[in-house]
Write a protein that binds this ligand. Structure first.
Ligand code: LLP
Length: 435
């Protein structure tokens, strides 16, 4: 092996195969087939604990991490979140129902989305969801009506846009006010939403929410968001006597995908927030609200590895080399969608020299179905095993059946062995709803 592996749970065994959390990828591919989504369960749990414990120890009572389950949603992941003391963020009745069927405590569920139908809201209320994150005025009235019909007072948060673009480092960016999500502070729409909510009988406004973006390495934008949200709350206290019990700053902390990406000290970042929350609340004479965060990617991304079998290599003289694998955009659309960078290894020959420059292509009938370009690998052969790292977040949850390709199995690597959490889709699964 001539280069350092990206994560400490990866190693190379005597046979030259990649291992993950001590599991031999050759044996896993043999037992479960490919493409195969692997998750190091202990790594997920450990990251959950960093968030849960830091929020519990250093923040006002009631502070909590809510797992943003859009990153990866299936029953067992909700069991893990529940056991580790997290709440969850769900964005659809589908995610909500999966959490419910996993036995997740519904009072710790926050229901998101920029367009919840009356049926969605009624569904959430009938499942006794803890909190609905209200996106806009239309939805606010709908929540009030549905809660009234159910004879309850529904806890809500209001989704606001503080106007921060985390990727331009600008403190205020009008670009971010132009968003399909939430109500902008700067335009006065956030205040209007709050005033309307406070006038309604069947909702209780527990606080406010914002989410500034995803895969953010720089921590300054989170601090800026905190500042703007507290400034808003201070103004609302002064003008309307409103005090928020909860402040939700959303998700977004980054994860290293390739060598050279910064690694993040999540606990240290959280402690910075804790300090600023305390200082700024003092300055504004606000009672510090419970702080909620919604990490998705940073809980699951780097715990995931996808294994593929190489079908063949095509060398186009004067152009490039294509290595085709048995999955692709159907299980990981992120390169196709965002040109996302990934680290790719030839898992079956980790000790061979990686001097073959190639493009890793998926199996879909679509030229853009690529997993990564310009990768250096030992020259692959048909039957070799290829590993794409950091696939835990926004891969399986964004997978599709394009070309009627079945979704892979999801296997948890645990102290008690490798366990299937989601079985591989069969061809019969694909025609299940066809009449
Ligand atoms: N909370 C809210 C309201 C969100 O919209 C999101 C992500 C999160 C929390 C979690 O953010 P995270 O901690 O995972 O960054 N499909 C894209 C990512 C979309 C993220 C959408 N919202 C990707 O594959 O990169």
């Amino acid at each position: 092996m001539n280069h350092e592996l990206l994560y400490p749970d990866l190693a190379v065994n005597d046979a030259g195969w990649l291992t993950i959390a001590g599991f031999d990828t050759a044996a896993l591919a043999q037992e479960f087939g490919t493409p195969l989504m692997l998750l190091n369960e202990e790594k997920i749990r450990a990251r959950c604990r960093v968030y849960a414990q830091t929020l519990q120890t250093h923040f006002p009572p009631g502070s909590m991490a809510l797992y943003a389950s859009k990153a990866l949603s299936f029953k067992h992941i909700y069991e893990i979140a529940a056991q580790e003391g997290l709440g969850v963020d769900v964005v659809s009745p589908g995610e909500l129902y999966t959490a419910y069927r996993a036995g997740f405590p519904m009072e710790r569920v926050y229901f998101h989305g920029n367009n919840k139908s009356d049926e969605d809201i009624a569904f959430a209320i009938s499942h006794r969801v803890g909190c609905i994150v209200c996106d806009n005025l239309d939805e606010l009235s709908a929540i009030d009506v549905q809660a009234g019909t159910a004879g309850i007072t529904q806890d809500i948060l209001l989704r606001l846009t503080p106007g921060i673009d985390p990727h331009t480092h600008a403190k205020i960016s009008t670009g971010q006010i132009d968003s399909k999500f939430g109500a902008a502070i700067e335009t006065g729409q956030a205040e209007a939403l709050l005033c309307k909510a406070l006038s309604l009988k069947n909702v209780k406004v527990c606080g406010v929410h914002c989410h500034i973006g995803s895969q953010i390495f720089d921590f300054t934008p989170f601090c800026d968001a905190l500042t703007l949200m507290l400034r808003f709350l201070s103004a609302m206290k002064e003008k309307h006597g409103y005090e928020a019990e909860r402040l939700n700053l959303g998700g977004g902390m980054g994860v290293p995908y390739v060598a050279g990406d910064p690694s993040i000290d999540y606990a240290a970042n959280l402690l910075t927030i804790a300090k600023q929350l305390d200082e700024q609340c003092r300055a504004h004479a606000l009672t510090p609200p419970a702080l909620l965060l919604e990490p998705g990617r940073s809980l699951v991304a780097d715990a995931g590895v996808t294994l593929y079998t190489v079908g063949g290599v095509k060398k186009i003289p004067g152009f490039k080399n294509y290595v085709s694998v048995d999955g692709g955009m159907s299980d990981n659309p992120r390169y196709t969608l965002y040109q996302s960078e990934y680290t790719v290894y030839l898992a079956s020959r980790m000790n061979d020299v990686a001097n073959f420059r190639c493009t890793v292509a998926g199996r879909c009938c679509e030229s853009g179905d690529l997993l990564q370009e310009d990768v250096l690998l030992p020259e692959p052969r048909r039957g070799d095993l290829l590993a794409v790292l950091t696939t835990g977040a926004y891969n399986y949850s964004m997978a599709s059946n394009y070309n009627r390709i079945p979704r892979p199995a999801v296997v948890m690597l645990t102290g008690e062995g490798a366990k299937t959490a989601v079985r591989r889709e069969s061809l019969d699964d694909l025609i299940l709803n066809d009449l």
